[in-house]
Design a binder for this molecule. Structure first.
Ligand SMILES: Cc1ncc(COP(=O)(O)O)c(C=O)c1O
Length: 468
């Protein structure tokens, strides 16, 4: 079956969550009725490869009977035990499991219900810790621009996105911003390495200007999410920011909501730079793998136990550490082990990367492929030689999503900053993907890119050639 899925009809009452989203959205959202492995089916029987695992969530793929059974078993045994007045075994087992996988320095695991909440948890913990340690003046947060740290008011204010500033004005205090160490769209006379050094210097200057002892934390995405399209800074960057934060007594926090839980081929993305480990790590998305909403903030025992022994850290939402979510995540991690998912991620990541580089070489609109393991992005340009950008009034991401739907791909992408930083989509399939599935994914992706190129050429937007 070809063509596009049906457009949503909004009923007088209720409707799907998308009734809140822009009504003029040009990209229809298929009604998904079945999902298995890397594939999803809509109401008309069309199949789509889940190119980006939803928003980089469905790490173990869809329809796992092992996980479904574990969820049902837990619901029948102990469905709920409120963490403020009862303990549950899945909670105890899950924190031990995550801490063991994360390694020394991440002994305590504070659970939450998603990425934004887990980031807020990190801020709340660090702030309370600073007060208890006699440093109440530490309240400023530094983040990168561009970056994304969540959708609550605080985490939006932490995110590096100039377009949201008007909504936040007077509502939430924006974090201090330093430039992201991006690797593709570099200012004149910079290489990725010299620009990363420039970003480190900007951090040093910011700390000097604001006063080291007023700053609580520096939050970064070690591998970028949607805001930078899977940007990976050079290794020296990590070593240098680690040194600066240690010297200034500032907590270094890795936001691994998107790139953690094995996406890069190691359990934590931080494990890729073992000599520059952060103080705290924030995880979510893949931890519940789409089966349950779950976030986690990883904290060293020396800090967590100090706070617990004094004021305490009462991070309690109604559903915090609920047994069904914990049992679900344990089953997800069992699947990681049974299916050797980290090894597969490294292997299939390398295989897909090679194929994507091949696509880039033969296409005149694919300007860059970047990322690590199975967290990659594909950036489109109007001209490869000049890294030409699409005009503000045309959203290439929407055109790519439409071409994806026509070619059997569900694509995660959203134009950020009106395309000022470039336009990309996420290539992050479920980490159970096989070589044959990678080949089918590439067949559909190549057709999608060819469609996109033909359409943007017809619109007079694309001028470059493949070789450039
Ligand atoms: C890097 C990063 N941080 C935080 C978040 C927020 O997570 P959530 O949507 O689960 O609240 C996201 C979500 O996309 C993310 O990619």
């Amino acid at each position: 079956m070809t063509g596009l899925p049906r457009k949503a009809i909004h009923p007088a009452q209720g409707g799907g969550q998308d009734v809140f989203y822009p009504w003029n959205g040009a990209v229809p959202r298929p009604l998904i009725v079945r999902a298995k492995g890397i594939t999803m089916w809509d109401e008309d029987g069309r199949d789509y490869i889940d190119l980006s695992s939803g928003p980089v969530v469905s790490n173990i793929g869809h329809g796992s009977e092992v996980v479904a059974d574990a969820m049902a078993r837990q619901a029948k045994t102990v469905d709920f035990a409120y963490c403020s007045h009862a303990r549950s075994q899945p909670n105890i087992d899950l924190t031990a499991r995550i801490a063991a996988l994360a390694g020394p320095g991440f002994e305590r695991v504070c659970l939450s219900s998603g990425g934004s909440e887990a980031i807020e948890c990190a801020v709340k913990f660090l702030r309370q810790y600073a007060v208890v340690m006699g440093e109440p003046q530490r309240r400023k947060i530094i983040t990168c621009n561009p970056s994304y740290h969540g959708a609550t008011m605080l985490t939006l204010a932490m995110s590096g996105d100039d377009d949201i500033a008007p909504y936040l004005d007077g509502m939430a205090l924006a974090a201090l911003k330093v430039p992201s160490p991006v690797s593709y769209r570099l200012p004149a006379n910079h290489t990725a390495t010299t620009y990363a050094r420039h970003c480190v210097e900007a951090l040093e200057q910011m700390i000097r200007k604001e006063g080291a002892d007023t700053i609580l934390a520096f939050f970064i995405e070690p591998v970028g999410g949607l805001a930078t399209g899977c940007n990976v800074p050079p290794p020296e960057y990590f070593r240098q920011i680690r040194e600066i934060c240690t010297k200034a007594g500032i907590a270094l926090v890795f936001d691994e909501v998107l790139c953690g839980t094995g996406r890069t081929g190691t359990f934590l993305a931080a494990h890729n730079w073992p000599d520059a480990l952060p103080d705290l790590v924030v995880m979510a998305k893949g931890l519940g793998s789409g089966y349950t909403p779950l976030g986690a903030t990883l904290i060293p025992a020396r800090m967590a136990d100090t706070l617990a022994a004094s004021a305490g850290f009462a991070f309690i939402h109604t559903y915090t550490a609920n047994p069904i979510s914990c049992a679900t995540a344990l089953a997800v991690l069992d699947e990681y082990e049974r299916l050797d998912i980290l090894r597969n991620t490294k292997k299939m990541g390398a295989y897909l990367r090679e194929k994507l580089e091949g696509l880039k070489a033969h296409s005149s609109v694919v300007g860059d492929i970047r990322g690590l393991g199975l967290v990659m992005a594909l950036e489109v340009v109007t001209d490869k030689a000049t890294k030409g950008q699409f005009p503000p009034e045309v959203s290439p991401v929407d055109l790519l999503k439409l071409a994806g739907l026509r070619n059997g791909l569900l694509v995660y992408g959203r134009r950020t900053a009106h395309g000022r930083n470039g336009d990309w989509i996420m290539v992050c399939p479920p980490m159970i993907i096989t070589r044959a599935e990678c080949d089918e994914l590439m067949r559909r992706l190549s057709a999608m890119v060819a469609d996109f190129e033909a359409e943007t050429r017809r619109m007079g937007l694309v001028s470059g050639t493949a070789g450039a």
